[in-house]
Design a protein around this ligand. Structure first.
Ligand code: HEM
Length: 445
């Protein structure tokens, strides 16, 4: 028996419903058709998996049965960027590189990044004027980009931030629109859109090269990620090509700053809508910090700030859709037989808002993460950082950065959404606030 699913057009399947409003479409599929839903995009069938046990089975327990294949558009782009299709690299390439990067994310290393995170947040606050209106999403992107460059690559990117963000925006929009609408003109045809896309790719490439040059000129620190990777590269018998090298750096930059910027942005939005949460946060900051800036050692004591972050990641998971997995052999999921080659979609946005696991799932209630309640949840009812061997390598980094930055900023400023400013999640590769986040910042006495 086939899993149930929404009817679609004979030729296009469900592509138009999915394109109109992906979040709404996938949520409705789950609520109407259950834990395994069959969806069709043109002639390609995908299965949306919604039950925590099935998600655990795909990501963890039977992960060897599923691969994370290169999706066509991003890999074409990597070809353009680097001259080879690195996203199609096999499992060994991934494993090897993950092991190389791991020491930079060790607990002790993360603690040493705390100081940089707070110092950069403070530097940003020094430029804020009491009462002014700012785009907080832009601010968070600037901040997290500078911090990731400094902590992981020992590089200062302040003068390039605006240009780089513009390039990344173009690339993300283009990738998303090519994935959902494959009937696009090839990038070689010089339309204005294609020219902009090529400009963005060139810009990103220049940026990565400049980062490597700057890092070398800085005399290569001992312990930042770039130094660790450089040492590992030099010790490798076969060596890593210059392109693999560039690709590695780009992945870490993008994964490391855009997601955390989004986590912080959505958190500011949610706090601004909940005076009780804001008051509890201020009370904690007063008790733990008493006016001084936080440091890494304060992280475990900023417990409520951590609950806020967790709850924000539940409602607005920056990685709202986990890159599809493909079944390597016939298997069974949720009582349905799946053929080898079946494409699996897992959507944290949908599962995180499932009323079977979360009371009043639409409400922002950090208290729901108090230890006793959280322990009752099935493990994969909540997975903003993925799971299994491909879980987020930057998990501890991101949690610490979110909590320390939130605390530094909330101690000095109150952020209020400008009345009437529309807030709407835009599901590109990451989940962004479609119109930015215009907020008025007021200095706290
Ligand atoms: C709130 C912030 C973050 C969120 C929500 C997030 C989420 C995720 C998720 C869901 C995955 C798994 C994707 C999948 O299974 O398809 C992932 C993987 C990854 N993340 Fe994060 N991430 C965050 C921050 C970071 C940071 C700060 C870094 C690095 C500094 C980072 C680096 C990576 C890398 C390299 C991978 C790929 C791991 C692999 O395939 O082995 N992430 N992230």
């Amino acid at each position: 028996m086939l899993p149930p699913g929404p009817k679609g057009s004979l030729l296009f399947g469900n592509i138009f419903q999915a394109r109109r409003d992906p979040l709404q479409f996938l949520t409705q599929c789950a609520r109407e058709y259950g834990d395994v839903v069959r969806i069709r995009f043109f002639n390609r069938v995908a299965y949306l998996i919604n039950h925590p046990d099935d998600i655990e089975s795909v990501l963890v327990l039977n992960s060897q049965n599923f691969i994370k294949p290169p999706s066509r558009e991003p890999s074409r782009i990597s070809e353009k960027l680097f001259g080879e299709d690195l996203l199609a690299s096999d499992g060994d390439f991934w494993l090897h590189h993950r092991m190389q990067a791991q020491p930079a994310f060790h607990r002790d290393r993360i603690a040493s990044y705390g100081e940089v995170m707070v110092a950069h947040a403070q530097r940003m606050l020094d430029t804020w004027r009491d009462g002014e209106v700012r785009d907080i999403y832009e601010d968070m992107r600037h901040l997290t980009l500078e911090v990731v460059a400094k902590t992981l690559f020992n590089t200062d990117v302040t003068d390039q931030v605006a240009d780089l963000n513009a390039a990344l925006d173009t690339i993300m929009h283009e990738i998303t629109s090519r994935v959902v609408s494959p009937l696009r003109l090839p990038t070689s045809i010089p339309t204005s859109r294609n020219r902009r896309f090529r400009w963005a790719i060139e810009r990103l490439r220049e940026f990565i090269d400049k980062t490597i040059r700057q890092h070398r000129a800085n005399g290569q620190g001992e312990n930042d990620l770039l130094s660790i990777l450089l040492r590992a590269r030099d010790q490798e018998p076969g060596g890593v090509t210059e392109n693999q090298w560039r690709y590695e750096i780009m992945t870490l930059f993008i994964a490391g700053y855009e997601t955390t910027a989004l986590a912080l942005s959505w958190t500011w939005y949610l706090i601004s809508q909940s005076p009780e949460v804001e008051a509890r946060l201020w009370a904690e900051l007063g008790a733990v910090l008493g006016g001084r800036n936080p440091e890494a050692a304060d992280f475990p004591r900023l417990a409520y700030a951590e609950l806020i972050t967790r709850e924000s990641l539940r409602l607005y998971p920056p990685a709202w859709l986990l890159g599809g997995r493909v079944a390597l052999r016939d298997c069974e999921i949720g009582g349905f037989r799946m053929p080898a080659g079946a494409m699996i979609i897992i959507c944290p946005w949908v599962t995180h808002r499932d009323p079977r696991y979360f009371d009043h799932p639409e409400l922002f209630l950090p208290e729901r993460w108090a230890a006793d309640q959280a322990q009752l949840l099935p493990k994969y009812a909540y997975f903003p950082f993925g799971g299994g061997s491909r879980h987020c390598i930057g998990y501890s980094y991101a949690m610490m950065e979110s909590v320390l930055m939130m605390s530094t900023i909330a101690q000095s400023f109150r952020l209020a959404l400008v009345p009437g400013h529309p807030v709407s999640p835009q599901p590109l590769i990451t989940l962004r606030p479609k119109y930015g986040l215009r907020m008025q910042v007021s200095r706290r006495s």
